[in-house]
Structures are given as C-alpha cells and as structure tokens.
Design a binder for this molecule. Sequence first.
Ligand SMILES: [Zn+2]
Ligand SMILES: [Zn+2]
Length: 185
Amino acid sequence: MVLDVRELGRRAGAMTRLDTVVPAPENLASIGSQVPAGSDVHLELRLESVLEGVLVTGTATAAYESECSRCLDPVTGEVTVDLTELFVFPETDARGRVVPRETGDADDAEPEVQDDNIDLGPTVRDAVVLALPLAPVCRQTCLGLCPQCGFRLDDDPNHHHDQVDSRWAALASLLGSPHDEKEEG
Ligand SMILES: [Zn+2]
Ligand SMILES: [Zn+2]
C-alpha cells in the first residue's frame, strides 16, 4: 500500500483525492476474524501537503470472514474505518541530505515520507484489525450450540438433555441408582 506522493508536491495546502482498491496484505486479522489476503481493500483518501509532511485522511473498507461466536457458522461482513495519519518529511541537514532517525523511538515515531512514497500499510492494518469484530454472530437470535452435545439449537429449540447434576451423578454411582434397588416390604 505504498503511494507515490511526488505529484502532490511540498507546497503546503496542496491536496489530492485518491479513490483506489488495493489487495489486502497477509495476516490482516484479529482473533477469529480475517480479511483474506489479496481481497479488495477500498481506500478513499485525501492527501494533503502540510508544513511537516503529508496528512492522509479518509476511509478504508474491507470485507472480512469470521465465524459465529455462538454456532460457529461462517459469518461475513464489512468494516469501514477512518484513517488519519501524518507522514512527516524526513529531516535534512544543511546540505539537503536526509538525517537518519534515531532508532530508539522508532516505535512511536510518526511514519515518514520516504523517497516521495508513503506506506499506508501499517496505518490501514492497525485501523482495520481494531475494527474487526471479536465475537460476531450469524444473527442476533442465534441460539448457538448445545453445550453438552454440540447440537445446533436453532434446528430444534426444544433440544435438551435430562439434567443430572454431576455431583448427584457421582453420588448415585456410589450408592447405585434408586431404580436398581429392589423394593422391600
Ligand atoms: Zn450462529
Ligand atoms: Zn445436546
């Protein structure tokens, strides 16, 4: 998701809009949900040249695949996330040479415009991963699966097991079931 921003120029205030589709990168996923690698990610962006660099705002829209957190059926959906990122121009010395950044603060440093390119990948990834649903459901009324046997409860809402409390079951097995006792008297 590298964009060439040379056209934009460095004149503060210059602005361009970009409406494009890029393939999703690998591992664009959260727990249980994923945007399949290579699937369409729709970017609608506004690139603005500001004093410090290039300000990118807009949205990314991607389709995800997941499974119902109750019945494990496949679930698909779409997320649209807002993007805001400032790509700063690299520092240059008096001769116009790029000053390498100190490595210590690389993690929280703003992303840079590098060779007139900006890499939107990390920005899009962070936003999309956060927006992916953690516990999607196939529909709000999904009854899920029987916790005892895995039966799909939507197929028969009356499905049930004769409840035997496990503690009583253990006791019963020690004493023998009452039904096994011969009645006396
Ligand atoms: Zn479900
Ligand atoms: Zn069951």
